[in-house]
Design a protein around this ligand. Structure first.
Ligand SMILES: [Fe+2]
Ligand SMILES: [Fe+2]
Length: 260
């Protein structure tokens, strides 16, 4: 089976990039299942019901989140009733929503686990020991499992990748919005990339208007973030997985850009 995983969709430009690039990519690569990180999909902060429905209509079958999950408070009212939407599993007990789920699409079944790192991010439950527990739950349903590890530190992502090698089909990193050049298969058949990257405005600082961020570094004053305009980009990975063994046999990082 072939899985397309799309890096953090940022605001309206991110959704425009999905409109422009998703269908052609799904066709070009003959994609079976499409998953995206949507923690910044609504104006760069969180996710609304309307935006989630727009993304599903465009052909994304499952959404993962990250540290921005609660930025749009309305998500607390719909996350429990949407089985296609998960947030990091290591939030404290009592947080709304689920940390893992199963996609059934085109005759395939794939388990997805969302985890958050703990370096430069809220001090959540240990994602390492938690991962083993949640993977064992998912294994009762399917041997194909993808983990979205939403984390800042490359060391934390690399370590969890090796820790889960052979236990999951793929571990993809999100959150830093810059695609890393290390997509590879680990020794026991887990596809890995430190960060898938960002889907949104190309000429920006992680999606935000560059002038605002430059000025913030120059002055150290607080400033309101605005999503940048201009050319669009989509960052993603294509992962080929043997649906019987759950082992990956290929991962390829992809980027597409618009002219204007
Ligand atoms: Fe993000
Ligand atoms: Fe994030």
């Amino acid at each position: 089976m072939r899985v397309l995983f799309i890096g953090d969709i940022v605001g309206k430009p991110g959704r425009e990039a999905i409109k422009r690039f998703l269908k052609p990519l799904q066709k070009e690569f003959d994609v079976d299942v499409t998953i995206a990180n949507a923690e910044n999909a609504a104006a760069g902060k969180g996710l609304t019901k309307e935006v989630s429905e727009e993304l599903y209509r465009q052909g994304i079958q499952f959404l993962t989140m990250g540290n921005h999950v609660w930025d749009q408070r309305e998500i607390m009212n719909f996350i429990d009733s949407d089985p296609k939407l998960i947030r990091p599993a290591n939030y404290p007990v009592g947080a709304p929503g689920q940390g893992y789920g199963v996609i059934r699409a085109n005759g395939f079944k794939i388990g997805v686990l969302n985890l958050s790192g703990r370096i430069f991010l809220p001090p959540l439950e240990d994602p390492f020991s938690g991962a083993i527990r949640w993977i064992n739950q998912l294994k009762q349903e399917t041997s194909v499992i993808l983990v979205d590890f939403h984390a800042e530190a490359t060391s934390e992502k690399s370590a969890l990748g090796w820790f889960l090698d052979g236990k999951v089909s793929a571990l993809v990193g999100t959150h830093t919005h810059i695609q890393t050049a290390d997509a590879r298969l680990l020794h026991q058949g887990t596809a890995y990339i430190t960060d898938v990257g960002m889907t949104g405005p190309k000429d920006s600082v992680l999606g935000v208007k560059k002038e605002i961020i430059i000025n913030r570094f120059l002055t150290q004053l607080p400033a309101k973030f605005e999503i940048a305009g201009g050319p669009l980009q989509i960052n993603a990975v294509i992962i080929d997985i043997d649906e019987k063994s759950g082992k990956a046999h290929k991962i390829e990082a992809i980027q597409r850009f618009s002219e204007d």
